[in-house]
Design a protein around this ligand. Structure first.
Ligand SMILES: [Zn+2]
Length: 383
């Protein structure tokens, strides 16, 4: 991984570069940021930079013998540790990161911004209980006790130390007084889920979420997403590059058109048209339905924000803005809040595997009622 492949993050990169070039490298560093903020790619780029034999001022060269291995995650002086689940044919307590290195390398190649869900999904083991177990900790201590093979440093990258329970205390001495030429990089999302004893022994690098522009640029550059579509994806992703990449990898569906079509149909409540729409929506996969609903939530949140504050700097593209403009005569603050709650509930139902035909029909009727101001029970409360 190169630093230049990670959009933005100027502050974080400057800190890491100066750390690497300084006299004394921090021997234990925590990269902490919200899910999808790029802390793992930063740790990988940092590691390649440290080991590179012909680095430039601000990145690894990509060509030297160290880079040829570090960029492929096969350098013998780079050790990885991450949460795993029980591997087939193995005892749960016997399964360690070593058993999943091939899978780890392939997913990082596809998406280094991954979160734990993406990781377990890539293994087809979403339902497993992931952890970093005692055996793993013992192996880490052993591995880092060895001499370096090819470089001046050996590096441990531990992804998600949140999954270390009390066995993490076995690593304390290692973190406090690492063996010579050893660098420990912890890559995490939730500070309060990390053992305090570990937290107090590491240097903290806070990694900020990506800005919309950084995500847009990355999607357009690396995934060839058209500008109109990237505007929409960015809105749903809210600074999370992992989500943005998921959306970019799906068949591109124009969610805004589908959303406005739904509102129109729900408002008219014409049975044949409504039936057709419900069938169409039910044929979408669950993930796609969820993304569509998330998009709807994003749109209504922005719309509500503009109704309340009167501000015009919304995270919507021109097309969405023009529709939002037209809606103001139809949807006021209270109705918009009701729609947001319908969309929220609908996402929950999709996640719980509700029957999509029943769900989308019922929600179409609810949306229609809200838009036409016929909310059930309202007559009871108003004179
Ligand atoms: Zn190099």
């Amino acid at each position: 991984m190169y630093f230049r492949d990670i959009p933005g993050k100027e502050k974080e990169k400057a800190y890491l570069l100066s750390n690497a070039k300084g006299d004394r490298l921090a021997h234990a560093q925590l990269f902490l940021g919200r899910t999808g903020s790029g802390q793992l790619p930063l740790a990988l780029a940092f590691t390649s930079f440290i080991l590179c034999k012909e680095r430039t001022d601000n990145d690894s060269c990509g060509k030297c013998s160290a880079c040829l291995k570090s960029h492929k995650l096969i350098h013998p002086d780079i050790h990885f540790s991450f949460p795993v689940v029980k591997k087939d044919g193995k005892n749960r307590n016997e399964t360690t990161s070593n058993d999943f290195l091939t899978e780890w390398r392939s997913i990082i190649k596809i998406n280094p911004f991954l979160d734990i869900k993406t990781w377990l999904h890539s293994l087809n083991l979403e339902n497993g209980q992931a952890n970093i177990n005692v055996k793993e900790c013992v192996e880490i201590v052993k591995k880092l006790g060895l001499k370096t093979f090819e470089s001046d440093y050996k590096v441990l990258i531990m992804w998600m130390p949140e999954y270390l329970k009390n066995e993490g205390n076995r690593l304390l001495k290692l973190i406090e007084e690492p063996p010579e030429n050893t660098i420990i990089l912890l890559v995490a999302e939730k500070q309060d889920a990390i053992l305090n004893t570990i937290l107090s022994r590491v240097q903290l690098l806070k990694v900020n979420p990506f800005s919309d522009d950084e995500i847009k640029l990355h999607l357009e550059d690396k995934y060839g997403i058209a500008q109109k579509d990237s505007d929409q994806l960015v809105g749903i992703a809210s600074g999370n590059m992992n989500t943005a990449i998921h959306l970019a990898n799906q068949d591109t569906v124009n969610y805004s058109d589908s959303l406005f079509q739904w509102l129109r149909i729900a408002y008219k409540m014409e049975p044949v048209e409504l039936g057709k729409w419900v069938n169409e929506m039910s044929s979408w996969g669950r993930e796609n339905q969820k993304n569509f609903l998330e998009y709807g939530l994003h749109f209504f949140r922005e719309y509500l924000f503009s109704l309340i504050t009167g501000r015009k700097n919304l995270r919507l593209n021109e097309y969405e803005l023009s529709i939002a403009q037209k809606m103001t005569s139809l949807l006021d603050i209270s109705k918009t809040e009701q729609l947001i709650s319908i969309f929220n509930d609908c996402i929950g139902s999709v996640e719980r595997n509700a029957n999509p035909k029943i769900l989308f029909l019922a929600d179409s009727l609810s949306i229609g009622r809200v838009m036409r101001n016929m909310s059930v029970g309202k007559e009871i409360y108003t004179v």
